[in-house]
Design a protein around this ligand. Structure first.
Ligand code: ADP
Ligand code: CIR
Length: 348
């Protein structure tokens, strides 16, 4: 759906995005002529949520300045999503020794795999929605060069998307290692410009450590493995993040934490998830959601965001990422998963 960005957008009656909730006509008019130094406008920030009326959130930032220039729109969305408030500041804890999350399913009855990722962007450059082709390509070459220096378990190879065999690419997506192509939410945010140039994936031989380059964020640093050893996955990720940070300066704000293109990822930019089989709970989504809501968890489908559950398998992850530490993000997920497994066993 194309829209005339010079006038207040129309929202469908069933649109329930945070954009619709917080963008009044008056606010639109106050912000519509503001432009950041990298040329990012309100129309660009809200395009994804206007074009995709089924968005949950509907806004993206083009650069660090977007969060300040359009703060009257971004802040209420951030507060609503993360339960964060104006006086809160971001707290970080990357110490793996502070996490207590013993495998909640040592028999391997429920948890298929565990994955934890953080988003990162490069300091002093625009975010993906406003980046130029040259800046994106520069990030790709600099990040690929830094990743080449990793050693031990983290050592691996960078595979650019440009020129990648389609069968190989499709298999990486199907196996949950690589981002999909053509996401309409990202597309409308300007994040698919010049595709596939500048994008790629780094991974170690076992595919337990991966880095996505220039997708929604410039880096998505990922640790994953089969089963429910959450502590091992977290520990590998923390080691990797600290290593990469030695050679790449990340965009960081003392109040909002790591800055990301989507406001749901601010703060820790961490999503800790399990793929978990819960066939009994799947038959009663009201009871299921009661548990996930109590533990501030998000339910996604088997192929990630905006996908469906298949065969009673769900992607369960922490919802809050700002105002909580990395350790607390994983602890949220762990506590909720323990509660879900307990309930599933009762229903069996
Ligand atoms: P993100 O995690 O970066 O927010 P998505 O929700 O699109 O993005 O998920 C990216 C990919 O990671 C998808 O293929 C998804 O199925 C996969 N994934 C997420 N969690 C797990 C997990 N615990 N085990 C295996 N794959 C996972
Ligand atoms: C949306 O608004 O639905 C997409 N732009 C994605 C939002 C991020 N997802 C989330 O709920 N954490």
């Amino acid at each position: 759906m194309a829209w005339d960005s010079s006038s207040f957008p129309e929202f469908n009656s069933d649109c329930s995005s945070l954009l619709r909730r917080y963008l009044s006509k008056q606010l639109f008019e106050q912000l519509q002529n503001k432009v950041t130094a990298s040329g990012f406008t309100l129309a660009q920030a809200i395009n994804s949520g206007v074009v995709n009326q089924d968005s949950n959130i509907g806004v993206y930032a083009g650069d660090a300045e977007s969060y300040r220039l359009f703060d009257t729109l971004f802040e209420p969305i951030i507060f609503d999503y993360h339960g964060f408030s104006a006086n809160d500041i971001h707290r970080s804890d990357l110490n793996q020794e502070h996490l207590s999350a013993p495998n909640p399913d040592p028999a391997g009855q429920f948890i298929l795999s565990t994955r934890i990722r953080v988003g990162r962007n490069v300091a002093d450059l625009p975010l993906g929605p406003a980046i130029t082709r040259e800046q994106r390509n520069l990030i790709e070459s600099q990040v690929a060069a830094s990743l080449r220096d990793l050693s031990g378990e983290l050592a691996g190879t960078y595979y650019p998307l440009l020129g990648m065999d389609e069968t190989v690419r499709n298999q990486l997506v199907a196996d949950h290692f690589l981002f999909k192509a053509g996401d309409r939410f990202l597309d409308a945010a300007g994040l698919n410009r010049d595709w596939p140039e500048g994008r790629g994936i780094f991974h170690n031989r076992e595919k337990t450590f991966l880095v996505w380059v220039n997708e929604e964020d410039q880096l998505r640093i990922i640790s994953m493995q089969q089963g429910g050893d959450i502590e091992a996955v977290f520990s590998r990720l923390m080691t990797a993040v600290k290593e990469i940070e030695k050679s790449v300066a990340f965009m960081f704000d003392s109040r909002l934490g790591y800055l990301t293109s989507c406001p749901t990822n601010l703060g820790t930019a961490m999503r800790a998830s399990v793929h978990i089989r819960l066939p009994q709970l799947a038959t009663d989504m009201t009871a299921f959601k009661k548990i996930t809501d109590a533990h501030q968890l998000q339910i996604r489908g088997i192929d990630g965001e905006h996908s469906e559950s298949v065969s009673g398998i769900f992607d369960i992850s922490n919802r809050r990422r700002l105002g909580v530490t990395e350790v607390e993000c994983v602890q949220d997920m762990y506590n909720g998963v323990v509660a879900l497994i307990k309930r599933e066993k009762q229903l069996e």
